[in-house]
Write a protein that binds this ligand. Structure first.
Ligand SMILES: [Zn+2]
Length: 347
């Protein structure tokens, strides 16, 4: 998460947030859990849904000892002796499903994800091929990063593995036809790409509640980035398409996001997110007035100092905006004599 871009939304509890092992009932039968994380984005929100004799859990937290310790307390104290029967993962990122394997071992719960997200989690967890590193390094070279950053990423290797417990080897698939009945409520999945390949948000039309995962955060923009595995992809088109599918969602819906705080005024947020990416596309296009490397475009989009880790997100977001313009035919690219892409306005 690189860009901070807060909207004038209505935070229903103001500044109030739950302590890690003390959930807040944010709506009837829905507990808001907030786990700390040891990174710039310093927390994740999970939601426990009361299902009568059991619970359903939305996302799990990172697979790290602090999150496990908090979960030990939650399992022993706040679940009123009732088991977690279903764990639903919104998408494959480590803060969302990092503890799925561990929690399933402890609880025997079912694990639900979209097929593509589950496959992505499994492949990210299992990818330790040597050849992957060479392709990763080529991608970051082609978009203009220096050897220092590339060496850092090479040494890091598969850091997904270090942030998760084993991704469950079996799962239940969330499809278009899936309807979750949890407690008295009916939840339907809203699929979308851009932040991840097939993210699942859950919407309850009767009570007008939306479990938004990472797609509709109120204060930071979800990372919309190109990664080395799909260097020519256009995730921004997918994300903007998703934002365009929310017309049927109630204007006064309560959004329960995976980061920041629960809010109303989804329409304002969607408009701001669309405008934000429109402005970023303009900056990207302007930065390519003369043939530019990806890194040069990144410096136009991200003016503050970035360390190697922040750079990995920033260059990914930069290439997402570049690729969107390439796909639309507004930009073109050529490999220069150093094997780096030069992006410029299409002739
Ligand atoms: Zn995410």
């Amino acid at each position: 998460m690189v860009a901070a871009m807060e909207s004038k939304v209505d935070y229903i509890l103001g500044e109030r947030v739950p302590e890690p092992a003390t959930p807040i009932e944010i709506a009837e039968g829905i507990l808001w859990i907030r786990l700390p994380m040891p990174m710039a984005l310093d927390h994740i929100n999970l939601y426990l849904l009361d299902d009568g004799d059991s619970w359903a859990l939305i996302d799990t937290g990172l697979g790290d000892p602090v999150s496990m310790g908090t979960w030990e307390t939650l399992l022993a104290t706040h679940l009123a002796g009732r088991p977690i029967r279903r764990v639903i993962g919104t998408h494959f990122h480590p803060d969302h499903v990092g503890l799925a394997g561990w929690l399933l071992d402890k609880t025997g719960a079912e694990f639900w994800m979209s097929q593509i997200e589950w496959l992505s989690a499994r492949q990210a967890y299992l990818d330790i091929e040597d050849g992957s590193s060479a392709l990763m390094q080529r991608f970051y070279h082609q978009v203009g990063l220096g050897q220092g950053e590339i060496d850092t990423y090479r040494e890091l290797g598969n850091d997904y593995r270090s942030m998760v417990t084993p991704i469950p080897a079996t799962y239940n698939r969330v499809t278009d036809a899936t309807v979750f009945k949890i407690g008295g409520r009916t939840w339907v999945p809203l699929f979308g790409s851009g932040h991840s390949p097939d993210h699942v948000a859950l919407y309850c039309p009767e009570d007008k509640i939306l479990l938004g995962g990472d797609m509709l955060l109120p204060r930071i923009t979800p990372i919309i980035a190109v990664w080395w595995q799909e260097p020519d992809g256009d995730p921004l088109a997918g994300y903007l398409e998703f934002l365009g599918t929310l017309g049927h969602v109630a204007d006064d819906v309560l959004v329960l996001p995976a980061h920041n705080r629960p809010y109303r005024e989804l329409r304002i947020r969607v408009t701001d997110l669309v405008d934000h990416h429109g402005e970023r596309l303009d900056v990207t296009f302007d930065a390519c007035a003369k043939p530019a490397t990806g890194q040069e475009v990144m410096k136009a989009l991200f003016t503050r100092e970035l360390d190697a880790f922040q750079t990995r997100f920033a260059i990914g977001e930069t290439v997402a905006h570049i690729n969107n313009l390439l796909h639309k035919g507004a930009l073109q690219r050529n490999l220069d004599e150093n094997g780096q892409f030069r992006y410029e306005r299409a002739a």
